[in-house]
Design a protein around this ligand. Structure first.
Ligand code: NAI
Ligand code: 15L
Length: 280
C-alpha cells in the first residue's frame, strides 16, 4: 500500500482507484474480480471487448499504443496492474506497438499523473534461455528466449529506470504458466494457479516500499527452476501445486531429451518460435 492510501479513512477500501490493463485476457479476467475487494473503483481496459461492466468499474477500450488515450487512462489512478499486451511470440512490428510503445506510454503517463506503483506482468521468457538443469534467482542474467521475451526485458529495464529516475515503484512478475491447469509436462514446473496469481498481485500491491522488485510467479510445484529467496520481502507464499495434475501426463514418459532445445531450455517451445514474419 502506498503512503497516500494509508491516509484514507479506515471504512474505505485501501485504494481509491486501481487500473487493470488486459482486463479481457486470460489473466485479466481472473484479476478483475479480485481487484474489486481492494479498490472503490476498478478502471478496466483492453483493446478487446470487456463484457458487462459492474457498478464499481470504469471501462474503456484503448490501444496501448495510443499515447493520448493511455494518458487519460492513468488519470486519478493510485496504482496500475499491467497485464495488457501481446502475450506470445509475434512479428516484431506487433510487439513494438503493444509491448514496447505501449509500455513506454504507460510509464510516461503514470509518472506524469503521479501514479505510485505498477504491477507489471513480465514473463519467464525474459530468462527462458537458461537451461532446465539450472535454478535461476532474481539476479540471474537476462536470457530472453524470443522477441516476446526481449520485450519483457525492456519492460523490466524501463521500470527500473522509472524507479531510479522518478521513484515510481514496480513489481515485475516473471509469471510461469498461469492457466486453469498445466497443458504439458513443462507446465508442471512452470504452473502458477489463478489463486496464487491473485495472491502474488495482492502482495505486490500491499507490501510497503517495494522499490523496483522482481519475483517469479510459480506455484509450489514439485520441480523448481526458479528461486524466490531474494524476493521473500514480498511475502508471497504459494498455496497450490501442480502435483494434483501430474496424473495428466504419463509417469513412464522418457526423461527430457537435452538435444532438443525445447526441452533443454526453461522457455520450452518459445526458444524456437521466432522471429516471426510480419503479416502481409
Ligand atoms: P492474454 O493474451 O489472454 O491477454 C492479454 C490482453 O492484452 C488481451 O486481452 C489483449 O486483447 C490485450 N492487448 C493486446 N494488445 C493490446 C494493445 N495494443 N492494447 C491494449 N490491450 C492489448 O494473455 P494473458 O495470459 O492474460 O497474460 C496477461 C499478461 O501476463 C501478458 O502481459 C503476458 O505476457 C503475461 N504473462 C502471462 C503468462 C501466462 O501463463 N498466462 C505467463 C507469463 C506472462
Ligand atoms: C508466457 O509468457 C505466455 O504469456 C503464456 O501464454 C505461456 O505460454 C507462458 O509464458 C509459458 O511459458 O507457458
Amino acid at each position: 500500500m502506498t503512503d497516500s492510501n494509508l491516509e484514507r479513512p479506515a471504512a474505505q477500501k485501501p485504494f481509491r482507484r486501481l487500473l487493470l490493463t488486459g482486463a479481457a485476457g486470460n489473466l485479466g479476467q481472473q484479476l478483475r474480480g479480485a481487484l474489486a475487494a481492494w479498490a472503490d473503483i476498478v478502471r478496466v481496459t483492453d483493446i478487446a471487448p470487456l463484457g458487462d461492466v459492474a457498478e464499481h468499474e470504469e471501462a474503456s477500450i484503448v490501444d496501448l499504443a495510443d499515447e493520448q488515450a493511455v494518458h487519460a487512462l492513468l488519470e486519478g489512478v493510485d496504482a496500475a496492474v499491467h497485464f495488457g499486451g501481446i502475450s506470445v511470440e509475434a512479428p516484431f512490428e506487433d510487439l513494438l506497438e503493444a509491448n514496447i510503445r505501449g509500455l513506454y506510454n504507460l510509464y510516461a503517463a503514470a509518472q506524469k499523473q503521479g501514479v505510485k506503483r505498477i504491477v507489471y506482468a513480465s514473463s519467464n521468457h525474459a530468462v527462458g534461455f537458461h537451461p532446465v538443469t539450472s535454478v535461476v534467482d532474481i539476479d540471474a542474467p537476462l536470457r530472453p528466449d524470443s522477441l516476446y521475451g526481449v520485450t519483457k526485458c525492456f519492460g523490466e529495464s524501463l521500470s527500473r529506470y522509472y524507479f531510479d529516475r522518478f521513484g515510481l515503484e514496480t513489481v515485475c512478475l516473471r509469471i510461469g504458466s498461469s492457466f486453469e491447469q498445466p497443458k504439458n509436462p513443462r507446465m508442471l514446473v512452470t504452473y502458477l494457479s489463478f489463486r496464487d496469481l491473485i495472491e502474488l498481485v495482492r502482495c505486490s500491491l500491499f507490501t510497503n516500499r517495494v522499490g523496483h522488485a522482481i519475483v517469479y510467479g510459480v506455484s509450489d510445484n514439485r520441480t523448481k527452476w526458479v528461486d524466490n529467496t531474494k524476493a521473500a520481502f514480498l511475502g508471497f507464499r504459494p498455496q497450490d501445486s501442480s502435483v494434483e495434475f501430474e496424473h495428466l501426463f504419463p509417469v513412464n514418459a522418457p526423461s527430457a531429451d537435452l538435444d532438443d532445445p525445447t526441452q533443454r531450455f526453461q522457455g520450452g517451445p518459445f526458444v524456437l518460435a521466432g522471429p516471426m514474419e510480419p503479416k502481409r
